[in-house]
Design a protein around this ligand. Structure first.
Ligand SMILES: C[S@@+](CC[C@H](N)C(=O)[O-])C[C@H]1O[C@@H](n2cnc3c(N)ncnc32)[C@H](O)[C@@H]1O
Length: 219
């Protein structure tokens, strides 16, 4: 191949990679996916103080028997809490794109004798959930990692029952004191600008957590 064509091809590949790194609507940089090396960090004891996970779930008032999905569940830090809340008659889909995370999630559920959790291996553009089946989708510290956010939103919306809720917990991008890299934080304005075009209705933001927004949308 002539050198000039080779260089042009290289530039094209570089520009495609660059384009995929930036959200098409808000132009925010999309964060890297957390690998299994982050598993210990996800269950660090100080997380309870930093994120108040149980207070966050209290605010969602999840009824017993509900069907919920923890998307980007990691090792299941929120999945086991959801499983306790919905009880044995409820279902929790614990979904992630990394099998190694799901293996750890599965172990964590077995240790806690939880039998209402269904691990699901999704792909970067499809969480592989049943359609019209889910009352609540929870995304904790994960939406900003989606490399195909619009396709994920469309598929997640399809899996919600009419009136079902989609809830994001995201570190506050408006607050420079939150000690997290910029691409791992989101502002309310960014989230609304990206989710409302996916036909999800903004309900409210609940501001009771030390560092994160709780952002509620409805199908
Ligand atoms: C920072 S971890 C958060 C894990 C968990 N939600 C928690 O709070 O403990 C982000 C997780 O999102 C997953 N993830 C990234 N992109 C995803 C996608 N498109 N679909 C599902 N999971 C995804 C990663 O594999 C990783 O396990």
């Amino acid at each position: 191949m002539p050198k000039s064509r080779f260089l042009a091809a290289l530039l094209l590949v570089a520009s495609i990679c660059q384009a995929q790194d930036v959200h098409p609507i808000t132009k925010r940089r999309i964060a890297q996916v957390m690998g299994p090396g982050g598993a210990d960090w996800l269950v660090r004891p100080e997380r309870v103080e930093e994120e108040h996970p149980d207070e966050a779930l209290d605010a969602l008032k999840i009824p017993k028997g509900a069907t919920v999905a923890d998307i980007g569940a990691g090792v299941g830090y929120f999945t086991w809490r959801l499983a306790d809340r919905v009880g044995p008659k409820g279902i929790v889909y614990g979904e992630d794109i990394q099998q190694v995370m799901l293996d750890m999630l599965d172990r964590n559920m077995k240790e806690r004798h939880l039998s209402n959790v269904r691990p699901v291996l999704g792909t970067i553009d499809d969480p592989k959930l049943p359609k019209d089946a889910v009352d609540l989708i929870l995304l904790v510290d994960v939406y900003h990692e989606f490399s195909e956010p619009q396709k994920m939103l469309a598929r997640m919306r399809e899996s919600l029952k009419p009136g079902g809720r989609l809830v994001l917990l995201e570190y506050r991008g408006e607050d420079p004191k939150v000690p997290i890299k910029l691409e791992h934080k989101m502002t309310i304005k960014q989230v609304r600008a990206e989710l409302e075009p996916a036909n999800l209705t903004f309900v409210e933001s609940i501001e009771i957590l030390p560092q994160q927004h709780i952002l509620i949308f409805r199908k």
